[in-house]
Design a protein around this ligand. Structure first.
Ligand code: 9D3
Length: 272
């Protein structure tokens, strides 16, 4: 898998190229990253990459031509490297607040491919004619405003690279993830490690029991309770997918009941 980044800030990408899970996978040759700076594709003495918007308004707009030359250079380099077949070019993806929102399903789909050419915008926007001619899809990270596309591109790559075969040490850590089918798309249960008592707080008794079935039941209950409280939308989705059984529904009914009842805050907690 190879990513070609069109960016005015190539140094930012050391974060995914050199650090952590993605860094290790990069060092092992499981994926690669090349950067192309539109500034290197300018022809004027000032190396101009932006200009004022037609029609007026605040901010600057990225010029189409340096971006287009950078994309074309990236495409040719990929062909020369034998990464892409000429009849199956990789998608050109623009990171943009106007794109469809990235999610785990998209990450899984992307991880099956051979990478992408990722366009990172800066300033107020990009000349629309470049988008119309050269961009295949626009991807957003969600409803908040970033200063540019670079961090979005890194999130996109991180979410795909960690799904590549052989990237994670422990196959389990991917399988146990939130949003993974093994958890039916529910949020993960809480985790604990030593010491058994930390600042007066004990590890939940179920986890110390050594009783695998009881531990599995506890984790499932925690997962369901956390998800119904924080992300009820994920419960609906899991139910529609047929991923909740009768016992899950019972746990959810109890969790709902506990939240809807008025608090009985006199006296100690009920013993279970
Ligand atoms: C005033 C209008 N702004 C749109 C919300 C202009 C604007 C703000 C920020 C235009 C571009 C940007 C830079 N953002 C990205 O490049 C970006 C982004 C984002 O801001 N939010 C969520 N996902 C993404 S992906 C790329």
């Amino acid at each position: 898998m190879r990513f070609d980044l069109i960016t005015l800030f190539p140094e930012m990408f050391s974060a995914v190229r050199d650090q952590g899970v993605c860094g290790r996978a990069h060092a092992r040759g499981l994926w690669s990253l090349e950067t192309w700076n539109p500034r290197d594709f300018t022809t004027d003495v000032h190396r101009t990459v932006d200009d004022r918007p037609y029609g007026g308004g605040p901010g600057m707009v990225m010029l189409a031509e340096p971006l287009a030359l950078a994309v074309e250079a990236a495409r040719e380099a990929r062909l020369r490297a034998g990464i892409d077949r000429p009849d199956r070019p990789v998608p050109v993806v623009l990171l943009s607040p106007a794109g469809r929102t990235h999610d785990q399903a998209r990450a899984q789909h992307g991880a099956q491919g051979s990478g992408a050419i990722l366009i990172c915008g800066r300033y107020e926007g990009i000349d629309q004619r470049f988008i119309d001619r050269l961009v295949d899809e626009e991807v957003s990270l969600g409803d908040f405003v970033l200063s540019g596309g670079e961090l979005g591109a890194m999130i996109l790559m991180d979410s795909m690279v960690r799904l590549l075969p052989g990237v994670l040490h422990d196959a389990e850590s991917a399988i146990q993830d939130s949003f993974n089918p093994a958890l039916s798309g529910l949020l993960d249960s809480p985790h604990y490690t030593r010491p058994e008592v930390w600042r007066g707080q004990s590890v939940p008794e179920s986890l110390l029991s050594g009783h695998h079935a009881r531990i599995a039941v506890w984790r499932r209950e925690q997962s369901l309770a956390l998800t119904v409280a924080r992300r009820p939308d994920l419960i609906d989705r899991a139910r529609s997918a047929g991923a909740l059984d009768a016992r899950d529904e019972q746990v959810l009914d109890r969790a709902r009941g506990a939240r809807d009842e008025p608090a009985r805050d006199q006296g100690p907690d009920d013993a279970v």
